[in-house]
Design a protein around this ligand. Structure first.
Ligand code: UDX
Length: 452
């Protein structure tokens, strides 16, 4: 199609794979570079190495169009007009700071093939200051190339929708007033115009666009995730008070959420946030603020993290309470292992953290999940995994709903009650229909609600 570009996507994990296929869907000719040969081969064969609704269809459609290919070699990226950096920035082992090893390695290897007039576009979540540093490296090696920062806000479970129909586009570009990273004259590549071409259909959709300097673009991402984490921990702090006062956090959230300055989204109290982004991003943000001498500005995030981690401990306590004050030898069914529904991601999963603590306290735990079990079996060999909620609940002293998959919300409490030993259910996500479960003879307990 007119305006189509040759694009490379470096790093085809979750973010990169979805981005690559989406760019092909927009009409561009895309090569995904993935150093993990097996992963590159799987993607090239149309197999998705993770669970994401709608993604397999998109991947196969893009491959069939002939506009998408994958390669384990960086030289496949040569000649692309735009190179997207989509490698991961995990939390460093034993530290709060982000590990930039992959970003640095990918940039170094990209610089070997980068040509004049080309644009490097960072999408990874990085500590503020990274883009400016990478822009210098680009300017040193290929003065006629440029770098932009274009953060990605996709949610797991909605990755395709979020990529093709984002709420906003953010372009962090070189400060041309300062003469660009190269330090002289106009920037060598018009990054904004080129990104507009990449995202032409999205721009034409009147998607809001914010063009900023590098530091702002990097911060937009960490600020957004910090806000979301804070919103969740706020309602979970209210849940603690509700437990102390006998108030009901779900009604509280509904009532304050009607104020559209507050909004009901992300006010679901329960086990709190996990996953590969929110926990590590707020920690990396605190670490970076410390390096910049601005740690006071983010001390509240430590509290956000603490409130979040306390929910898991509270869940274990609640389980012990309903099991007559001892978990020893009790059979506990854990429904849900992924960090949230519609995902097989178990990184920093609150559900697995709770399951492991219950087991440590002597409970006999059985975990089930519609998608995440292969990952659980690989990484949490000590946990007993079963395929269905009925198997998990067989003879159970208590059932814990820890990830609110639709199929668990739709369980029939009467029929399900016939497999357990004692009808006790703990709703870690405030997702079950309390009245229906109580009507079927279950003792219902939840975080942040009256537990009598
Ligand atoms: C998040 C951001 O939403 C996304 O914009 C960013 O690009 C990556 O990080 P994701 O990690 O996929 O996305 O999940 P999200 O839907 O934000 O949920 C994060 C965690 O918060 C989950 O564990 C979820 O269960 C929890 N959560 C969410 C709550 O506990 N309560 C809520 O009200 C909402």
């Amino acid at each position: 199609p007119p305006g189509a570009l040759k694009i490379s996507v470096i790093g085809c994990g979750y973010l990169g794979a979805v981005h690559a296929a989406s760019m092909a869907e927009l009409g561009h000719e895309v090569v995904g570079v993935e150093v993990d040969v097996e992963k590159a081969e799987a993607l090239a064969a149309g197999r998705v190495p993770f669970f994401e609704p709608g993604f397999e269809e998109l991947l196969q459609r893009s491959l069939a169009s002939g506009r998408l290919s994958f390669s384990p070699h960086m030289k496949a990226a040569a000649g692309a007009a735009v190179h997207f950096l989509c490698v991961g920035t995990p939390q460093r082992r034993g530290e709060y700071a982000a590990d930039l090893t992959y970003v640095e390695a990918a940039t170094a290897s990209l610089l070997d093939v980068l040509g004049p007039g080309e644009l490097v576009v960072g999408k990874s979540t990085v500590p503020v200051g990274t883009a400016a540093r990478l822009a210098e490296l680009v300017a040193e090696r290929v003065p006629e190339a440029a770098l932009a920062w274009n953060p990605e806000f996709l949610r797991e479970g909605f990755a395709v929708q979020d990529t093709l129909h984002p709420d906003r586009l953010v372009y962090g570009v070189a400060d041309s007033a300062a003469g660009g990273a190269a330090g002289a004259g106009a920037p060598p590549v018009d990054a904004e115009a080129l990104l507009d071409r990449v995202y032409a259909p999205i721009v034409a959709d009147r998607t809001p666009k914010v063009v900023t300097d590098y530091a702002t673009a990097e911060m937009v991402k960490t600020a957004a995730n910090s806000f979301l984490a804070t919103k969740i921990s706020f309602i979970n702090a209210m849940a603690e008070l509700c437990e102390a006062t006998g108030a009901d956090v779900k009604q509280l959230a509904d009532a304050i959420g009607h104020d559209d300055r507050i909004g009901r989204k992300f006010l679901n109290a329960g086990l709190g946030f996990g996953g590969g982004c929110l926990p590590k991003d707020i920690r990396a943000f605190m670490a970076r603020a410390g390096e910049l001498g601005a740690d006071q500005a983010l001390t509240f995030l430590r509290e956000v993290d603490n409130i979040n981690m306390r929910r898991r401990i509270r869940m274990v306590e609640l389980a012990r309470q309903v099991c007559d004050d001892s978990l020893l030898g009790k059979r506990i069914a854990v429904l849900g292992a992924a960090f949230k529904p519609d995902s097989d991601d178990i990184r920093d999963s609150p559900a697995l953290n709770v399951a492991a603590q219950l087991q440590l306290q002597g409970a006999n735990v059985r975990v089930t999940d519609p998608q995440a079990l292969p990952n659980v079996r690989r990484q949490w060999a000590q946990l007993d995994c079963v395929d269905t909620p009925e198997e998990a609940a067989e003879g159970a002293d208590a059932v814990l709903l820890l990830t609110e998959w639709r199929q668990y919300k739709e369980l029939d409490p009467a029929a399900f009650g016939s497999v357990v030993k004692t009808r006790r259910v703990l709703d870690g996500r405030n997702a079950l229909d309390r009245e229906a479960w109580e009507a079927a003879g279950w003792t219902y307990r939840a975080l942040g609600r009256r537990n009598v």
